[in-house]
Write a protein that binds this ligand. Structure first.
Ligand code: AHR
Length: 345
């Protein structure tokens, strides 16, 4: 009799524990999909255009600015209802989010692919569901171009080329054009188009100069922490680095910290030339003070461009397969006080 009672007590205990665990982690599981959705309970979608956005994560200042641009654009006042998902750098999370958007029958899917390959299946599912897909920022590498409607973002190969062309001019200005130049490259996320493009673009210019020596290229994941860690390792291996090409401002900030801690100097009057990408406000301040030599802009304000494309699609018009956002190159010469004051990110 007592045995049966203690059996029931144990069973009830297990059930209670399981319910508690489900409440704690089960809800987290769903939160991963719909987290940060600006869904107002009880408010109807009405005539609003529903966009499902899968963002890569929040690895950099640039990424936060990109997210902010979407949040400012896809508002109810502008006629949109946005469902936002943060994929935390995982392709599988992006695929889950896109599938969830398909099952919710959103009007448009917008996503920035963390890596460029592996999207065929999920894009085919969106196509079969008749939902237009707008690729934002980074690109996808798919053989069948009909799997997405359009791409709004940067020309990352051109960004890499701009870095190379700037270095050519700078070396000429310093009368070092024919000297041996030792370069290290801090690359972004492995497999990401922004990383692949910038690497290719810079390499194409570097390939024209026999005296440019790329000592090593390492992945720094587009983060401050990893940028610093990788730079520390490179500094241990090479004591003759002339140029650091760092594929985003966050890694650059980390790398500069490492270089300074190692007792070496950077920038216009320093031993190591710093070439960065993104041109976010904090980095532009470092350009203005001469710590970063040049910053190749990657424009995160893509929300409005995407909204313009959606307006065309809503009007039944044809759209281009690719739209490039406007981007500049910043050096101490053109980072004026006005540029800094106007910079919203
Ligand atoms: O895809 C754009 C890149 O991703 C930006 O350069 C970087 O800062 C971001 O994380």
């Amino acid at each position: 009799m007592f045995r049966r009672r203690s059996y029931f007590v144990t069973l009830i205990g297990i059930l209670l524990a399981m319910t508690l665990l489900f409440m704690m982690f089960g809800s987290r599981l769903f939160a991963d999909i719909e987290e940060e959705a600006n869904v107002d309970e009880g408010v109807g979608v009405g005539n609003l255009i529903v966009v499902g956005v899968s963002q890569i994560g929040s690895e950099s200042g640039w990424r936060s600015a990109n997210t902010e641009s979407l949040q400012k654009t896809f508002t109810k006042e502008n006629g949109y209802f946005m469902i936002f998902n943060n994929a935390r750098q995982k392709q599988e999370n992006q695929i889950k989010a896109i599938r969830s958007f398909i099952s919710q029958r959103v009007d448009y899917i917008i996503f920035s692919p963390v890596v460029e390959s592996g999207w065929e299946t999920v894009l085919q599912e969106a196509k079969e569901a008749g939902i237009p897909v707008i690729i934002m920022d980074r690109s996808v590498n798919v053989a069948d171009q009909s799997l997405y409607t359009t791409h709004v973002g940067s020309d990352s190969v051109e960004e890499g080329r701009k870095a190379g062309r700037w270095l050519e001019k700078d070396l000429a200005k310093q009368r070092k054009y024919n000297e041996d130049i030792n370069i290290v490259v801090l690359k972004g996320t492995e497999g990401a188009s922004a990383q692949i493009g910038r690497t290719m673009g810079f390499a194409s210019v570097a390939g024209e100069h026999e005296n440019w020596h790329i000592l090593e290229q390492q992945y720094g994941d587009f983060t401050i922490y990893k940028g610093k860690e990788v730079m520390e390792e490179l500094l241990k291996r090479y004591d003759d680095i002339d140029v650091v090409i760092s594929q985003n401002d966050d890694m650059t900030i980390g790398a500069i910290e490492a270089i300074k801690e190692d007792g070496r100097t950077v920038g216009i009057n320093g031993e190591i030339t710093i070439i960065s990408f993104d041109a976010v406000h904090d980095a532009l301040e470092m350009v203005a003070e001469g710590t970063i030599n040049v910053d190749i802009e990657c424009n995160p304000n893509q929300g409005e461009y995407i909204s313009d494309v959606i307006s065309l699609l809503e009007a039944g018009q044809e759209v281009e397969k690719r739209y490039y956002v406007e981007e500049d190159v910043f050096t101490i010469e053109n980072v004026t006080k006005e540029v800094l004051d106007e910079r919203s990110y």
